[in-house]
Design a protein around this ligand. Structure first.
Ligand code: SAH
Length: 271
Protein backbone atom coordinates (compact mmCIF):
# COMPACT_ATOMS: atom_id res chain seq x y z
CA UNK A 1 0.00 0.00 0.00
CA UNK A 2 1.27 3.43 -0.84
CA UNK A 3 1.10 6.10 1.77
CA UNK A 4 -0.69 9.33 1.24
CA UNK A 5 -0.71 12.75 2.86
CA UNK A 6 -3.95 14.61 3.42
CA UNK A 7 -3.62 18.35 4.08
CA UNK A 8 -6.73 18.83 6.15
CA UNK A 9 -8.39 22.03 7.37
CA UNK A 10 -9.67 21.77 10.93
CA UNK A 11 -11.74 24.95 10.76
CA UNK A 12 -11.43 27.94 13.07
CA UNK A 13 -11.84 26.20 16.41
CA UNK A 14 -15.18 24.61 17.13
CA UNK A 15 -15.22 20.87 16.37
CA UNK A 16 -18.71 21.42 14.94
CA UNK A 17 -17.11 23.23 12.02
CA UNK A 18 -15.03 20.27 10.87
CA UNK A 19 -16.11 18.88 7.52
CA UNK A 20 -17.43 15.33 7.43
CA UNK A 21 -14.43 14.44 5.30
CA UNK A 22 -11.96 15.87 7.84
CA UNK A 23 -13.77 13.95 10.58
CA UNK A 24 -13.63 10.69 8.63
CA UNK A 25 -9.93 11.09 7.79
CA UNK A 26 -9.03 11.89 11.40
CA UNK A 27 -10.83 8.74 12.52
CA UNK A 28 -8.88 6.54 10.11
CA UNK A 29 -5.45 8.20 10.16
CA UNK A 30 -2.29 6.30 11.01
CA UNK A 31 -0.43 9.52 11.85
CA UNK A 32 -1.64 13.05 12.57
CA UNK A 33 0.69 16.06 12.52
CA UNK A 34 -1.17 19.07 13.87
CA UNK A 35 -0.67 22.76 14.56
CA UNK A 36 -1.01 24.54 17.92
CA UNK A 37 -4.26 26.19 16.93
CA UNK A 38 -6.15 22.90 16.98
CA UNK A 39 -8.27 22.65 20.11
CA UNK A 40 -8.66 19.65 22.43
CA UNK A 41 -12.19 18.84 21.16
CA UNK A 42 -10.79 18.10 17.75
CA UNK A 43 -7.63 16.36 18.98
CA UNK A 44 -9.83 14.05 21.07
CA UNK A 45 -11.33 12.69 17.86
CA UNK A 46 -7.99 11.16 16.86
CA UNK A 47 -8.01 7.45 17.72
CA UNK A 48 -5.58 6.31 20.43
CA UNK A 49 -4.04 3.92 17.92
CA UNK A 50 -2.83 6.80 15.72
CA UNK A 51 0.48 8.54 16.25
CA UNK A 52 0.01 12.18 17.09
CA UNK A 53 2.59 14.97 16.75
CA UNK A 54 2.13 18.62 17.63
CA UNK A 55 4.35 20.52 15.22
CA UNK A 56 3.15 24.11 15.66
CA UNK A 57 5.11 27.12 16.74
CA UNK A 58 4.88 28.54 20.21
CA UNK A 59 5.88 31.94 21.48
CA UNK A 60 7.10 32.93 18.05
CA UNK A 61 9.66 30.10 18.11
CA UNK A 62 9.43 27.25 15.71
CA UNK A 63 9.30 24.04 17.74
CA UNK A 64 9.65 21.97 14.60
CA UNK A 65 11.02 23.64 11.47
CA UNK A 66 9.15 23.54 8.17
CA UNK A 67 11.93 21.32 6.75
CA UNK A 68 11.46 18.85 9.58
CA UNK A 69 7.69 18.82 9.05
CA UNK A 70 8.17 18.19 5.33
CA UNK A 71 10.57 15.40 6.07
CA UNK A 72 8.27 13.77 8.66
CA UNK A 73 5.36 13.87 6.22
CA UNK A 74 7.50 12.33 3.50
CA UNK A 75 8.94 9.60 5.70
CA UNK A 76 5.61 8.51 7.11
CA UNK A 77 4.05 8.40 3.64
CA UNK A 78 6.98 6.35 2.32
CA UNK A 79 6.26 3.83 5.08
CA UNK A 80 2.85 3.34 3.47
CA UNK A 81 0.92 5.22 6.16
CA UNK A 82 -2.17 7.40 5.83
CA UNK A 83 -0.92 10.75 7.11
CA UNK A 84 -3.16 13.65 8.12
CA UNK A 85 -1.51 17.06 8.25
CA UNK A 86 -4.10 18.96 10.29
CA UNK A 87 -4.08 22.75 10.09
CA UNK A 88 -6.25 25.44 11.62
CA UNK A 89 -8.87 26.96 9.32
CA UNK A 90 -8.20 26.14 5.69
CA UNK A 91 -4.85 24.47 4.94
CA UNK A 92 -4.14 26.73 1.98
CA UNK A 93 -4.82 30.10 3.60
CA UNK A 94 -1.71 31.37 5.42
CA UNK A 95 -0.98 27.81 6.39
CA UNK A 96 2.24 27.08 4.50
CA UNK A 97 0.24 24.50 2.59
CA UNK A 98 2.04 25.54 -0.57
CA UNK A 99 5.42 24.67 0.89
CA UNK A 100 4.23 21.24 1.98
CA UNK A 101 2.65 20.51 -1.40
CA UNK A 102 5.93 21.40 -3.06
CA UNK A 103 8.01 19.15 -0.83
CA UNK A 104 5.62 16.19 -1.13
CA UNK A 105 5.36 16.50 -4.91
CA UNK A 106 9.10 16.57 -5.09
CA UNK A 107 9.24 13.31 -3.15
CA UNK A 108 6.60 11.76 -5.44
CA UNK A 109 4.04 11.40 -2.66
CA UNK A 110 0.32 11.41 -3.28
CA UNK A 111 -1.48 14.40 -1.74
CA UNK A 112 -5.09 15.31 -1.18
CA UNK A 113 -6.32 18.65 0.13
CA UNK A 114 -9.38 18.86 2.36
CA UNK A 115 -10.61 22.44 2.68
CA UNK A 116 -11.64 23.91 6.01
CA UNK A 117 -13.61 26.91 7.21
CA UNK A 118 -11.03 29.67 7.29
CA UNK A 119 -10.90 31.95 10.36
CA UNK A 120 -12.39 34.92 8.49
CA UNK A 121 -15.52 32.96 7.66
CA UNK A 122 -15.94 31.49 11.14
CA UNK A 123 -15.35 34.82 12.86
CA UNK A 124 -17.65 36.76 10.53
CA UNK A 125 -20.40 34.18 10.92
CA UNK A 126 -20.28 34.30 14.70
CA UNK A 127 -20.31 38.10 14.77
CA UNK A 128 -23.04 38.18 12.09
CA UNK A 129 -20.92 40.28 9.74
CA UNK A 130 -21.70 39.71 6.04
CA UNK A 131 -18.26 39.87 4.41
CA UNK A 132 -19.79 40.97 1.12
CA UNK A 133 -22.96 42.97 0.67
CA UNK A 134 -24.73 43.82 -2.56
CA UNK A 135 -24.67 47.55 -1.87
CA UNK A 136 -21.72 48.23 0.43
CA UNK A 137 -19.03 45.57 -0.06
CA UNK A 138 -18.32 44.12 -3.47
CA UNK A 139 -14.95 42.56 -2.69
CA UNK A 140 -13.16 40.75 0.10
CA UNK A 141 -9.48 41.21 0.68
CA UNK A 142 -7.56 38.73 2.83
CA UNK A 143 -4.26 40.15 4.09
CA UNK A 144 -1.65 39.19 6.61
CA UNK A 145 -0.21 41.56 9.18
CA UNK A 146 2.72 39.24 9.71
CA UNK A 147 6.01 40.07 8.06
CA UNK A 148 8.18 37.25 6.78
CA UNK A 149 11.16 39.13 8.24
CA UNK A 150 11.38 42.30 10.28
CA UNK A 151 13.00 44.36 7.48
CA UNK A 152 10.35 43.20 5.14
CA UNK A 153 7.10 45.21 5.27
CA UNK A 154 4.21 43.03 4.20
CA UNK A 155 2.99 43.72 0.77
CA UNK A 156 -0.43 45.35 0.93
CA UNK A 157 -2.20 46.86 -2.08
CA UNK A 158 -1.45 50.50 -2.83
CA UNK A 159 -5.12 51.33 -2.81
CA UNK A 160 -8.05 49.75 -1.01
CA UNK A 161 -11.58 50.77 -1.95
CA UNK A 162 -14.07 51.68 0.76
CA UNK A 163 -16.35 49.14 -0.92
CA UNK A 164 -14.01 46.32 0.01
CA UNK A 165 -14.07 44.32 3.21
CA UNK A 166 -10.56 43.72 4.53
CA UNK A 167 -9.68 40.85 6.84
CA UNK A 168 -6.22 40.97 8.38
CA UNK A 169 -4.90 37.62 9.64
CA UNK A 170 -2.10 37.72 12.24
CA UNK A 171 -2.80 41.39 12.93
CA UNK A 172 -0.50 41.46 15.99
CA UNK A 173 -1.01 44.30 18.45
CA UNK A 174 0.48 47.18 16.46
CA UNK A 175 -2.98 48.64 16.03
CA UNK A 176 -1.78 52.19 15.60
CA UNK A 177 0.52 51.16 12.78
CA UNK A 178 -2.17 49.03 11.16
CA UNK A 179 -4.79 51.80 11.34
CA UNK A 180 -2.33 54.28 9.84
CA UNK A 181 -1.40 51.92 7.00
CA UNK A 182 -5.03 51.21 6.15
CA UNK A 183 -5.77 54.94 6.05
CA UNK A 184 -2.69 55.54 3.91
CA UNK A 185 -4.12 53.19 1.26
CA UNK A 186 -7.45 54.96 1.10
CA UNK A 187 -9.72 53.97 3.98
CA UNK A 188 -11.42 56.61 6.06
CA UNK A 189 -10.69 56.90 9.79
CA UNK A 190 -14.40 56.45 10.45
CA UNK A 191 -14.45 53.01 8.80
CA UNK A 192 -15.88 50.45 11.24
CA UNK A 193 -13.65 47.58 12.26
CA UNK A 194 -13.78 44.62 14.61
CA UNK A 195 -11.12 42.67 16.43
CA UNK A 196 -12.33 39.11 16.91
CA UNK A 197 -10.47 36.91 19.37
CA UNK A 198 -10.65 33.10 19.59
CA UNK A 199 -13.50 32.99 17.12
CA UNK A 200 -15.97 30.10 17.32
CA UNK A 201 -14.62 28.99 20.70
CA UNK A 202 -16.45 29.53 24.00
CA UNK A 203 -13.90 32.25 24.76
CA UNK A 204 -14.70 34.30 21.68
CA UNK A 205 -14.69 38.07 22.06
CA UNK A 206 -15.65 40.68 19.50
CA UNK A 207 -14.52 44.26 19.92
CA UNK A 208 -16.06 46.77 17.52
CA UNK A 209 -14.61 50.20 16.88
CA UNK A 210 -13.39 52.43 14.02
CA UNK A 211 -9.97 52.74 12.41
CA UNK A 212 -9.43 56.05 14.26
CA UNK A 213 -10.10 54.39 17.60
CA UNK A 214 -8.39 51.07 16.82
CA UNK A 215 -5.24 51.92 18.82
CA UNK A 216 -7.42 51.96 21.97
CA UNK A 217 -8.49 48.32 21.58
CA UNK A 218 -7.17 46.11 24.41
CA UNK A 219 -4.89 43.17 23.65
CA UNK A 220 -7.36 40.37 23.28
CA UNK A 221 -6.01 36.81 23.54
CA UNK A 222 -4.59 35.21 20.36
CA UNK A 223 -5.58 34.14 17.83
CA UNK A 224 -7.21 37.36 16.71
CA UNK A 225 -8.45 38.69 13.39
CA UNK A 226 -9.13 42.23 12.29
CA UNK A 227 -12.16 42.84 10.05
CA UNK A 228 -12.42 46.29 8.45
CA UNK A 229 -15.24 47.71 6.37
CA UNK A 230 -18.74 49.13 6.37
CA UNK A 231 -20.17 45.63 6.81
CA UNK A 232 -18.89 45.60 10.41
CA UNK A 233 -21.93 47.76 11.22
CA UNK A 234 -23.96 44.57 10.92
CA UNK A 235 -22.22 43.01 13.94
CA UNK A 236 -25.00 41.37 15.90
CA UNK A 237 -26.43 44.02 18.26
CA UNK A 238 -28.20 41.32 20.25
CA UNK A 239 -24.80 40.18 21.43
CA UNK A 240 -23.56 43.56 22.60
CA UNK A 241 -23.34 44.41 26.28
CA UNK A 242 -24.24 48.02 25.99
CA UNK A 243 -26.06 50.27 23.60
CA UNK A 244 -24.05 50.37 20.45
CA UNK A 245 -24.74 53.38 18.33
CA UNK A 246 -22.64 53.90 15.23
CA UNK A 247 -24.77 56.72 13.94
CA UNK A 248 -24.21 58.89 16.98
CA UNK A 249 -20.49 58.46 16.34
CA UNK A 250 -20.05 56.39 19.46
CA UNK A 251 -18.11 53.85 17.54
CA UNK A 252 -16.07 52.86 20.46
CA UNK A 253 -15.16 50.40 23.09
CA UNK A 254 -17.79 47.76 22.95
CA UNK A 255 -16.75 44.31 23.99
CA UNK A 256 -18.91 41.40 23.03
CA UNK A 257 -18.18 38.12 24.63
CA UNK A 258 -20.22 35.23 23.41
CA UNK A 259 -19.60 33.32 26.64
CA UNK A 260 -20.91 36.09 28.79
CA UNK A 261 -23.76 36.59 26.43
CA UNK A 262 -24.67 32.94 26.59
CA UNK A 263 -24.57 33.06 30.38
CA UNK A 264 -26.63 36.21 30.70
CA UNK A 265 -29.12 34.73 28.28
CA UNK A 266 -29.85 31.85 30.62
CA UNK A 267 -30.42 33.99 33.70
CA UNK A 268 -32.80 36.70 34.73
CA UNK A 269 -31.15 40.13 34.67
CA UNK A 270 -29.47 40.48 38.03
CA UNK A 271 -28.24 44.07 37.75
N1 SAH B 1 -5.05 28.51 7.94
C1 SAH B 1 -5.68 29.37 8.93
C2 SAH B 1 -4.86 30.63 9.20
C3 SAH B 1 -3.51 30.37 9.79
S1 SAH B 1 -2.65 31.84 10.17
C4 SAH B 1 -7.10 29.71 8.47
O1 SAH B 1 -7.46 29.45 7.31
O2 SAH B 1 -7.86 30.25 9.28
C5 SAH B 1 -3.08 32.07 11.86
C6 SAH B 1 -3.98 33.29 12.00
O3 SAH B 1 -5.32 32.94 11.66
C7 SAH B 1 -4.07 33.83 13.40
O4 SAH B 1 -2.99 34.69 13.69
C8 SAH B 1 -5.37 34.59 13.33
O5 SAH B 1 -5.23 35.82 12.69
C9 SAH B 1 -6.21 33.70 12.44
N2 SAH B 1 -7.04 32.77 13.22
C10 SAH B 1 -7.03 31.44 13.18
N3 SAH B 1 -7.98 30.92 13.98
C11 SAH B 1 -8.62 31.97 14.54
C12 SAH B 1 -9.70 32.11 15.46
N4 SAH B 1 -10.31 31.03 15.97
N5 SAH B 1 -10.08 33.35 15.82
C13 SAH B 1 -9.49 34.44 15.31
N6 SAH B 1 -8.46 34.38 14.44
C14 SAH B 1 -8.03 33.16 14.05
Amino acid sequence: VRGKVYLVGAGPGSAELLTIKAFRLLKSADVVLHDDLIGPDILDLIPKSAQRHGVGKRCGRESVSQEEINSLLTQYALLGLQVVRLKGGDPLIFGRGGEEIDALRHAGIEIEIVPGVTAALGAAADACIPLTHRRIASSLLILTGHRASSENACDWPEHISNKATVVVYMPGYHYEDTARRLQAVGLDGSTPCAVISQATSVKEQVFCTTLDALPGVPRLPAPTLLVVGEVVRFADPARLHQEFDWIAGQAGEVVVSSTEFAESGTQEQSE
